[in-house]
Ligand binder design. Structure first.
Ligand code: SF4
Length: 370
């Protein structure tokens, strides 16, 4: 029996619409996330992925630089942040950053520097400009993807500049793209419980919008598997879809599975366990179907999912594995082991009979693996 026949017999009308290539509404999204038959949902997402992106699975060779863990915010979801006075707080100097980047680029083959950190109350905008300029001077070919919209918004507030001024100054120093973190979940009903001291969902979206209109592309994320409800997931994905229609500025959508260990949400027992794999796959499949033909890259983040579940997620709508994430610290603080190589990512993709492709930050192909 064909997939379409199966869907007509057993699935929701929204699945049929998705296969027919129709744009899905909020109501459709709710139907999809509540679809009883996960395998049917996954098969539809996999078919749409295959039609739009073929057999390739891409990734970027990326080095993570977490320049400081000092943060004035104190998000209950976060295991990474420290207060200035804590003994294991740190802030990297520009020299340390350049040295680490040099090792990543020259010895590990990184083509992208993914630079994020806490909301440091004493770092002026010149710290970020000097960092980016120093990196661009020594490594002119590397892509600098630095500072999430949440960090940009914070720096603007701290330094009493507009978001636009901050973005223009950093772009002038050599900033190429923004990472998409800090989006978490846009709906205040959930957001106000899992974050504390961070920009609102609307402020995140507006900062991304301003970056895109200045020619700075970004990825976008959504943190799931905490206290959110189905409607928050659908609302978040549709807001991303609407912004991307306006700006075409997102490179990929990355659903991030929440990691519980060492967070306030764990300590206060607000959440007792991480989401089941079936839920994770459901969210990824729904993202693929809702974003189809608007934002066609759906990334599975193996650091949070684990490598084996990431392989499965590539059959539930994913077409990208984000990257090597050399030296990732944020999920490591929440108990996730990070670390892989270009070779290992390529092998993981080959094991599931897909075609590994090394890409750059903007999804241009750098290398195919035979
Ligand atoms: S999630 Fe970001 S803003 Fe929130 S406490 Fe952690 S580092 Fe700070």
């Amino acid at each position: 029996m064909t997939l379409l026949k199966n869907i007509q017999m057993e699935g929701t009308p929204a699945l049929e619409k998705a296969l027919a290539g129709e744009e899905l509404s909020f109501k459709d999204g709710i139907e999809l996330i509540n679809e009883e038959n996960l395998f049917l949902l996954g098969a539809a997402a996999d078919k749409v992925r295959k039609d739009l992106k073929g057999n390739a699975v891409s990734f970027v060779a990326s080095y993570y630089l977490n320049y400081t863990n000092i943060c004035v915010a104190s998000c209950p979801l976060c295991a990474f942040y420290r207060k200035d006075s804590e003994s294991d707080s740190y802030t990297l100097t520009i020299e340390q950053i350049v040295t680490r980047a040099g090792i990543a680029i020259n010895q590990m083959g990184a083509t992208e520097l993914h630079i994020v950190g806490g909301f440091h109350p004493k770092l002026g905008i010149d710290y970020y400009e000097d960092m980016i300029r120093a990196l661009k001077t020594d490594f002119p070919d590397v892509t600098i993807k630095a500072l999430t919209p949440a960090e940009i918004f914070y720096i603007a507030r701290l330094t009493r500049n507009s978001v636009k001024e901050v973005l223009l100054r950093l772009k002038g120093a050599g900033l190429d793209a923004l990472p998409g973190g800090g989006a978490e979940i846009f709906s205040p009903e959930a957001r106000d419980i899992i974050v504390r001291g961070k920009c609102s969902g609307d402020e995140w979206l507006d900062t991304a919008y301003q970056a895109h209109t200045l020619g700075i592309k970004s990825n976008c994320t959504m943190l799931f598997g905490h206290i959110e409800k189905p409607e928050h997931i659908i609302d978040h994905i549709l807001k991303i879809r609407e912004l991307h229609k306006k700006t075409k500025g997102f490179t990929t959508f990355i659903p991030l599975k929440f990691s519980l260990d060492n967070t306030e949400l764990e300590r206060t027992e607000a959440i007792s366990r991480e989401s089941p794999a079936t839920y994770d796959l459901r969210v990824i499949a729904v993202a693929r179907l809702l974003l189809a033909r608007t934002l066609n890259n759906i990334s599975v983040y193996w650091v949070a999912l684990g490598k084996k579940l990431a392989q499965v997620a590539l059959s539930y709508g994913g077409n990208d594995m984000v990257g090597t994430a050399f030296s990732e610290e944020i999920f490591k603080a929440a108990g996730k082991n990070s670390g892989t190589s270009i070779q290992e990512l390529s092998s993981l993709i080959k094991e599931i009979k897909r075609d590994p492709v090394q890409r750059d930050t903007f999804f241009n192909i750098i290398k195919r693996f035979t």
